[in-house]
Design a protein around this ligand. Sequence first.
Ligand SMILES: NC(=O)c1ccc[n+]([C@@H]2O[C@H](COP(=O)([O-])OP(=O)(O)OC[C@H]3O[C@@H](n4cnc5c(N)ncnc54)[C@H](OP(=O)(O)O)[C@@H]3O)[C@@H](O)[C@H]2O)c1
Length: 301
Amino acid sequence: MNILIIGATGLFGSRLCELLAHEGNTIFAMTRDPKVARELTSFDVTGVVGDLDDPESLRAPMQVADSVFLASPMHANLGEREADAIRMAEECGVEHIVKVYGSVRHDGDELDDQHQIAIKALHESDLYWTLVSPQSVMETALLPQADSIRHLGQMFGSAGDGKVGFVSADDCALAASIILNSDPELMDGRNIAITGPEALTFDEVAERLSAEIGRDIQYTDLTEEEFRALLVDFGLPAEDLELQILCHFRSIREGGADLVTNTFEWLTGRSPMTISEWFHGHRRTFEVGETALELASVGEG
Ligand SMILES: NC(=O)c1ccc[n+]([C@@H]2O[C@H](COP(=O)([O-])OP(=O)(O)OC[C@H]3O[C@@H](n4cnc5c(N)ncnc54)[C@H](OP(=O)(O)O)[C@@H]3O)[C@@H](O)[C@H]2O)c1
């Protein structure tokens, strides 16, 4: 099967390319950068150049694709970008489109408004379509905390005691690969929520990490305004904070991220990765290196 991966260099798309290529599919991996497209090209993968902001650039790769995986960044134009891609897929005779949505409840916020524009385009199309909906992903939620964990022994957020059914990016990509290789008719119109095996508060996440690395890690809960100020101090662009970070913590705080499903097990026949297993695999990322130990001893002196 010919599969076009939009977002092939991203969190989900990069993992998916590898999985699908090993399953004997012909993969077209899309990026905006011609140099990256050449680097992506291998025996089973052809790098292609395309830009969601220029829908005509999607025509050639879509004309050879049976199925399309559609992931695009959490951006104020997500809806328009993806709706244009969906219309182009229909025009080019694509059979099945698998779009990344999400299973954290964002009802009525800007991110969900954007996704709904794309979902409306799917409903209006004649395509077979499936939504794959990850819960909050461990890589996205926890890797940005690595510096403060190593240097301060602290995680920060504004999640309150909201629980999160954290899932690993590898599990999401595996689920998407199975959906893409399934009969499109059976998958049509489904919203498949992929979650981890349990929902945890950030305090509980800090406890699991402490147990894994043998060091006391605390979670410090802030108000949204305090958290926003901290992120700006860390150098994050203020205009990206709402869609990429704050709306997610707000949903968690309001109880919108506690979903745990058995769909990963249903699709794959095995249990999703636990947060302790994920920390074990990323142990070195969170452990104190020599530089941090030196800094800590200077601070103590
Ligand atoms: N992370 C989470 O916790 C989570 C959870 C649930 C749902 N989601 C959903 O996942 C989606 C994001 O997926 P992701 O995290 O895999 O994305 P990502 O890592 O942010 O990757 C962005 C990808 O999009 C490509 N891209 C950026 N602008 C583009 C444009 N104008 N045209 C074409 N491609 C463009 C980039 O390719 P190049 O730069 O190479 O061109 C890159 O491959 C969003 O819909 C989000 O709501 C995320």
